[in-house]
Design a protein around this ligand. Structure first.
Ligand SMILES: [Cu+2]
Length: 153
């Protein structure tokens, strides 16, 4: 292969790669996330994040992590009550079934938001990045609601 021809090939590869990367960015988010809200608790208690996760695809989407620049640590938890005792367990993988949904709600699955990095204001929007087993991620805005709130509104 001539030097000129090799150069042309490299340029073609580079432009193909760029096109591919741009297409990746416009791809729709892995999940449709609705009614995302945070129940804020006073005195530095961990806050909880709730939302409904809809999977509009024909394959399961597995949530494996969450993070926010607003909190030192974000975990996926599940509340369980047994024998009158309420406890929380960490969840490593939360699968949203194909064409199905999972509800993160008080008393069930939730995001545990630990140690806010700055004062959190009621009504503010906090970005949380959800990461999936397939390596993809998406950023979701959660609205901050007071301790007595039961939903996002
Ligand atoms: Cu928790």
């Amino acid at each position: 292969m001539s030097r000129r021809r090799a150069m042309a090939t490299i340029c073609w590869l580079a432009s193909a790669w760029t096109t591919h990367a741009a297409a990746g960015q416009t791809m729709s988010a892995p999940l449709e996330v609705r009614a995302a809200w945070i129940r804020w608790l006073p005195a530095g208690l961990p806050a909880a994040g709730y939302a409904v996760l809809y999977n509009r695809t024909n394959a399961p989407v597995v949530l494996v992590g969450a993070e926010s620049t607003e909190f030192a640590r974000t975990m996926i938890h599940r509340s369980l009550s047994s024998g009158g005792l309420e406890r929380m367990l960490p969840v490593a993988r939360l699968a949203v079934p194909a064409r199905g949904s999972i509800r993160l709600s008080p008393g069930g699955y939730h995001l545990m938001l630990i140690q806010p990095r700055r004062p959190v204001v009621i009504g503010a929007h906090v970005e949380i990045r959800l990461t999936y087993a397939n390596g993809r991620s998406q950023t979701v805005e959660f609205v901050v609601r007071p301790a007595n709130a039961t939903g996002p509104h």
